[in-house]
Design a protein around this ligand. Sequence first.
Ligand code: FAD
Length: 402
Amino acid sequence: MSFEVSQRIVVVGASLAGLRAIEALRRLGHDGEIIAISAEPNLPYDRPPLSKQFLTGEWNDDRLSLRRQGYDDLAVDWRLGVAARSLDPGSRCVELDDGSRVEYGGLVIATGAASRALPAAEGLAGTHRLRSLDDARTLRTALASGGRLVVVGAGFIGMEVAASARMRGVEVVVVEALEAPLVRGLGRTLGELVAARHRERGVDIRCGVGVAGFVGRQRVEAVELTDGSSIEAADVLVGIGVLPQVGWLAGSGLDVANGVLCDATGATTLEHVVAAGDVARWLDPRSGAAVRHEHWTSAVEQAGVAAARLLGGPGSVEPLAQVSYVWSDQFDMRIAIAGEPASGDTLHVTHGRLDEERFLALMGRSERFVGAVSLGRPRLLSLCRELLERGATFEEAIRLVG
Ligand code: FAD
């Protein structure tokens, strides 16, 4: 059954995916009511600068809006600072934390992800996570005190915070249980290269060692490592990944194991309910596997498709076969990654050299082209993404990109 353009659409989660879905709904002619529900008190803002320009102090809040032209033209009823508590698909209602219930004709689930907690750090002053603007404000203030920062976890957030803190003159130690930083995003060889560039700029990176615990009763004083050593710390940033925000969907009948399961157009198993962004586990039509992406570009692309699917019904939109794309800014490095590089892939550098400021490296697994990493050569990466999309072989990719 297709959707009436005058029906009410409720969007839960008013951040990147929620906003881009709303924009697409209006663009596609939905003139009915739209209610956006957000646990956060802010209108949609952009998260990537929180670990970069906002943390270094280069930007303030006024640069974070996702819409320079404002929000009025979207005619949205924003319900900010109130979380959705549950979903009852039988009565087509979302229940909110303040006890109110909101009926929907169509529902967009865009509740994103939250940073994973390290239980030993919970409730200990001076320990931080970074997901929201509030988190970023607190961390930025903490860094101003100038004391040593220990970063637990050398993923994208950890390495970006390490770089931004160092740029502010803070002493930084990064602790990572795996053999190199960014192994999941870049593979070992390039992860070690990024580590070397951080070390040149004064970041102390310790890999292959975990956190055993924290010293300090009310406030963190030191981090104890599994090799028996300990590092004094004024502040600690825990950056150990994210979890999809699906708690409010318990009992709704949706499959929410590691994100809301949807098909390759964002449709869930409930009628007139779609999902997009970090919360969605999206079916990849090529592999048949459902994958949850945690990147800005995926959220934007999924939101557009899910909005069209909600309005148009089954068969109205082409399945979205996504090739993952993510960028990360650390010091003066713009690292951009397409596809899924992993340790053990064959690496072929087509432009520059690994010891140069700028290069492009392609990754192959057996005959397959599986990913590309660029340092300072973002344009070439869009060609790589196209080749990954159409399943080019490694040899073909080397020939066409090189
Ligand atoms: P989110 O942005 O997580 O938004 C979800 C919203 O839903 C939140 O406002 C949340 O409070 C709200 N919500 C949750 N539960 C409820 C509920 N029950 N009721 C109501 N509201 C709820 N990606 C890149 O590709 N490159 C980068 O350089 C990059 N840098 C990043 C830096 C930081 C510090 C962070 C945190 C993320 C970064 N990302 C980056 C990832 C990117 O920002 C995310 O992929 C993107 O924000 C996902 O958007 P989303 O709308 O799906 O989810």
